[in-house]
Design a protein around this ligand. Structure first.
Ligand code: ATP
Length: 258
């Protein structure tokens, strides 16, 4: 049986007169990858911001690991284990990989009564974390500014996993990446999910959604226009949900691809 991680119940959000979300409900299980799809302005980013504490819902409720969840800030959501990973935005580019991994959580050791950074132990832990995820960085002492977009993303995801993250939100994570890096990124998402972590990925690229997601959740005009297991749908059917040609909640849409 799947274990529920996050449940949204009738979430609404208004920006003044604009009703961006008009009652969104769905849930995410542990280890599940959800592709959040929808046309421009459908409400995807708004939803992700509400989940990660960047915005407060106007009404509705969320439950995370069985408890009421109403984060007031991204740091509150992060403390609970929910984080949005933006490509390189949360990394400090002028310091190395190890420093980024331990930012604000540095390990120290006493030397003559004074605490000094325990660089060797930190490097060892980062090396172990990256190796277990199959991420190869030539040198952990390389400043992040010299790394590729894919490598930066890998570091962020590894860091999230290392510090006990439970649900990661990715908004168009491969927009700036090449084919090979995107492929590795998609593999990494599956690897992260295999550890019981929930993943929500916003993408406009249908092929990516089908490659990585267990379920497709389509948002249209601020409501869920479709919520289907990937195996039970196809690209044409999902496009139909995005554009409104397929009825909401239609479930498995056999033959919708003609
Ligand atoms: N800060 C804001 N103030 C007013 N309206 C907003 C604000 N942010 C978003 N909106 C509106 O809310 C609706 C949903 O926007 P949102 O950015 O969540 O959609 P989206 O699905 O993420 O779109 P895209 O794929 O283009 O990023 C849109 O009509 C948008 O114009």
């Amino acid at each position: 049986m799947t274990e529920e991680l996050l449940t949204l119940d009738n979430i609404t959000k208004s920006y003044g007169a604009v009703q961006a979300l008009r009652g969104v409900s769905f849930s995410i299980a542990k280890g599940e990858v959800i592709a959040l799809l929808g046309d421009n302005g459908a409400g995807k980013s708004t939803l992700v911001k509400i989940i990660s504490g960047g915005l407060e819902a106007s009404s509705g409720s969320m439950r995370f690991e069985g408890r009421d969840f109403r984060p007031k800030s991204p740091s509150e959501a992060k403390a609970a284990g929910i984080e949005t990973v933006y490509q390189d935005l949360s990394l400090c580019t002028n310091v190395d990989v190890v420093a980024n991994f331990f930012m604000g959580r540095e390990l120290t050791r006493p030397v003559m009564g004074i605490k000094v950074l325990d660089e060797a132990r930190m490097e060892e832990q980062v090396a172990k974390a990256l190796a277990s995820a199959g991420t190869r960085i030539p040198s952990l002492r390389t400043k992040v500014e010299h790394l590729s977009g894919g490598q930066r993303q890998a570091i962020e995801l590894n860091r999230f996993v290392h510090w006990g993250g439970k649900l990661v939100l990715l908004d168009e994570p491969f927009a700036a990446l090449g084919v090979e890096q995107t492929k590795r990124g998609l593999e990494m998402i599956r690897q992260v999910a295999a550890q019981g972590i929930g993943v929500v990925i916003i993408t406009h690229i249908m092929q990516q959604a089908f490659q990585v997601a267990d379920r497709m959740v389509v948002i249209r005009q601020g409501v869920v226009a479709g919520d289907v297991p990937t195996k039970q749908t196809n690209a044409d059917a999902v496009i139909g949900m995005i554009t409104g040609e397929t009825l909401a909640g239609a479930g498995p849409v056999a033959g919708a691809g003609e």
